[in-house]
Design a protein around this ligand. Structure first.
Ligand code: EPU
Length: 342
């Protein structure tokens, strides 16, 4: 066994997932440098095990103990690169905390990521989910990333096209990219910065402070305040942010639903399809604030499922299923979970 590898066995993952589910990993390795990935996966006994790559554990539902190898990506580091005439380039290692990274860029006068403040998780997870909030997505500020490919044992560099970003989606969630392990991410931030206030709720919150020309830090502070009002802090109550994606339906299906439910919340997409507000659908089905066992629906935002204390992954799954069944029966729409079930 490689001498640099400190493997743990029967290791509790409770503090490593924001839902606070007390599941255990058969084998656990904290990865502090990219070459440890290579060393670990060169061991046939480790390479053969089922594998879970863990970042901040904020988009994950552990439905039971994990029978294989958990690779906890804890690689640290961030640097400002040369950049171009139009963009600053900044790189961060996959294990950096996302929110701290965003605040660090702002404190260096590198604006652009402010709308994505306070999203839980790590830098390495940002492109996997194409994390987004308040009218911005990772892909808008993404330059490239480095990933370790266990199949070849090589590091690969991937640009925006390689990553196939979609709404809360990327190649890393698809067959072609599933095995890749993100090591670092480079962002391209525009030198000619403008606040992005396309999201109505954010624009209102900025205007309410009398800010005509807000700085990026002021936008960040506003996003932080809005999020704190609506979303539970995982340090206080276990959760994984939005539990379901906002479903996208055809224009025709949306029109039919609107005829029956005039208050339906919907946003037209560039291709004519319509994104529905899953939180509204769940709320209308009466689930807000309710619980099944120790798993519950957050009082202030029906899209967020919470661990009210000691919930198992199976309990959260049962609640999610009950919600899906009700929304399907009433609206004929299938809600797709946002977190990965393991
Ligand atoms: N709504 C209700 N009842 C609720 C919740 C929402 O009626 O209990 C209605 C709201 O009134 C609003 C609409 O549904 O009209 C949309 O709600 P909101 O603006 O809060 O945003 P969201 O669609 O629920 C999405 C993202 C969030 C992101 C916010 C802000 C998804 C799945 N969720 O939420 O992302 O922070 O917009 O941009 O796309 C995450 O992905 O984990 C996440 C938190």
């Amino acid at each position: 066994m490689h001498s640099n590898l400190h493997l743990c066995h029967d290791f509790s993952l409770r503090s490593l997932n924001t839902f606070g589910i007390d599941a255990r990993a058969a084998t656990y390795l904290r990865v502090a440098a990219a070459d440890q990935l290579q060393a670990a996966l060169a061991e046939p006994a480790l390479a053969a095990q089922p594998r879970l790559v863990l970042g901040g554990g904020s988009n994950l539902l552990l439905t039971g103990d994990f029978p294989g190898l958990v690779l906890h990506i804890a690689i640290q580091g961030r640097e400002v690169l040369q950049g171009t005439a139009t963009h600053h380039h900044v790189r961060a290692a996959a294990g950096e905390n996302w929110h701290q990274f965003v605040q660090w860029t702002l404190s260096h006068g590198l604006d652009g990521l402010e709308n994505l403040s306070l999203i839980p998780g790590t830098v390495g997870a940002a492109p996997i989910q194409n994390i987004g909030a308040y009218g911005a997505e990772t892909k808008d500020y993404f330059h490239s990333l480095t990933a370790y490919d266990p199949a070849s044992g090589q590091l690969v560099v991937m640009d925006v096209a390689d990553c196939r970003f979609g709404y809360r989606d990327s190649v890393f969630k698809q067959e072609a990219g599933r095995g890749l392990i993100v090591v670092d991410v480079t962002f391209a931030l525009p030198r000619a910065w403008q606040p992005n206030l396309r999201y109505a709720e954010l624009a209102q919150a900025v205007a309410a402070q009398g800010l005509d020309a807000p700085s990026a830090q002021q936008v960040a502070d506003t996003v932080i305040a809005v999020r704190r009002r609506k979303l539970p802090d995982p340090a206080d109550i276990g959760n994984a942010g939005s539990f379901f994606k906002n479903p996208v339906v055809s224009g025709a299906q949306c029109a039919q639903l609107l005829a029956q439910f005039p208050a339906l919340v919907h946003h037209q997409q560039a291709d004519g399809s319509e994104k529905l507000a899953a939180g509204w659908l769940i709320d209308q089905c009466g689930w807000k604030g309710r619980s099944l066992g120790a798993a519950g629906v957050y009082e202030k935002q029906a899209l967020v499922l919470v661990n009210r204390g000691g919930a198992t992954g199976a309990e959260v799954q049962r609640l999610a299923q009950a919600i899906q069944d009700d929304v399907q029966a009433r609206y004929g729409v299938l809600l797709e979970p946002e977190p990965v079930f393991v």
